[in-house]
Write a protein that binds this ligand. Structure first.
Ligand SMILES: [Mg+2]
Length: 219
């Protein structure tokens, strides 16, 4: 997700067009970031900026940096307040799933355990979110991990036995690639033209990464 953290976004000198992953991947070998991949934090941010703070002219395309205050004209304190509200009560602020995310995660959970690894410090609001959006059966196959740090996901991804990871933060994906893992960038306005890694545009493309017919046939 975008943030108001002070860590500057990494701009790769390689700006070749992102490419899609080519080979089908095993459903159990991939993990997912939460904000900006599973949950539509861009929509929530823009809505709360208007409803709670009177900043009603922001478009999602304007958010061209993970550090939101670098690209839109809103005081940093308000940016931080909006993200605090989303992180503390995700369901309460109406944080929605990205289109197709819940359906694909539920389908994946029928053939493999699903792992979500978020940099959030507190996993509770994410647990509440999944409890609301998923059936108890699916929820039992979705593991939720909070790292509390944007830059330490590699350790948790390895502990969970994953090879692939889908995230919307460019620097995270570049770090994982350098560490020998296989990141896939979930395309958002704040990561465009910043990398040359494999990418997906939406959950239709994520669904297309998996060979469901083989996996479901095994079940
Ligand atoms: Mg994210």
């Amino acid at each position: 997700m975008p943030s108001s953290a002070s860590n500057p976004g990494h701009q790769s000198s390689l700006t070749a067009r992102p490419r899609p992953p080519v080979k089908k991947i095993h459903p159990g070998s991939v993990g997912f970031d939460f904000d900006g991949v599973v949950a539509d934090i861009g929509e929530a941010f823009i809505r709360l900026a208007c409803e709670n703070h009177g900043h009603c002219s922001i478009s999602i395309e304007e958010i061209s940096s993970f550090q939101v205050e670098h690209c839109i004209d809103i005081p940093r304190k308000i940016v931080e307040s909006i993200f605090d509200d989303i992180l503390q009560d995700s369901l309460g602020v109406g944080l929605k799933p990205m289109a197709g995310a819940v359906e694909t995660l539920v389908r994946l959970s029928r053939v493999a355990d699903v792992t979500i690894i978020t940099a959030r410090p507190d996993i509770g609001p994410v647990q509440d979110w999944f409890d609301f959006y998923c059936t108890p059966r699916s929820r039992g196959h979705i593991r939720l991990v909070a790292t509390g740090d944007h830059d330490n996901k590699e350790t948790f991804i390895r502990q969970c036995g994953l090879q692939h990871f889908i995230d919307d933060r460019t620097l995270t994906c570049l770090q994982l690639a350098e560490a020998g893992l296989s990141p896939i960038v979930y395309t958002q306005p704040w990561n465009r033209n910043q990398h040359h890694l494999p990418s997906v545009a939406d959950w239709d493309e994520i669904s297309g990464l998996f060979d469901f017919s083989a996996a479901e046939g095994q079940g």
